[in-house]
Design a protein around this ligand. Structure first.
Ligand code: ZN
Ligand code: ZN
Length: 147
């Protein structure tokens, strides 16, 4: 098992999450959980691979681990269009999709978690039921460096 120094999430906590989700504790899964836990924004598979480059996992292993974490409910996959998939850990005990909206800067492409905010969709006329199921909210605009 590879040890990650200075990781925010202790290796034992990452293992406990995996066990609770019924997944085997592999070095790659533990490292991916630690990598996600250190990030304040959702990460793409490539970013996780770069972050863990020193450990020599191959990209497909990282991608598979992210998919498994998503399927087991430990992480959530966020589709940000143009096939940009990013992943973030779900708070312990929370199932299904991400609760906070995400923001994408149209100038630099930066993704920001809008933690602590929510978006209400209000019908213009009367109590209309949405004809669709919302799985995530993505807002676009300019970040504070770009505006
Ligand atoms: Zn920007
Ligand atoms: Zn987020």
């Amino acid at each position: 098992m590879t040890l990650r120094r200075n990781a925010t999430m202790p290796i034992e906590s990452a293992k406990a999450l995996l066990r609770q989700a019924g997944l085997r504790c592999t070095a790659a899964r533990v490292a991916v959980i630690q990598s996600l836990s250190e990030s304040t924004t959702p990460m793409s598979s490539g970013e996780v691979s770069d972050d863990l480059a020193e450990y020599g996992f191959d990209k497909s292993t990282i991608y598979r681990s992210l998919t498994e974490l998503d399927e087991s409910g430990l992480a959530v996959r966020i589709e940000l269009g143009e096939s940009v998939r990013r992943y973030e850990l779900l708070p312990v005990g929370q199932k299904e999709s991400s609760t906070h909206p995400h923001f994408m800067c149209i100038s630099c492409g930066k993704i920001i978690c809008l933690t602590g905010f929510h978006v209400d969709l209000v019908a213009d006329h009367g109590p209309d039921k949405l004809p669709v199921e919302l799985t995530e909210v993505l807002l676009k605009g300019r970040c504070d460096t770009c505006c």
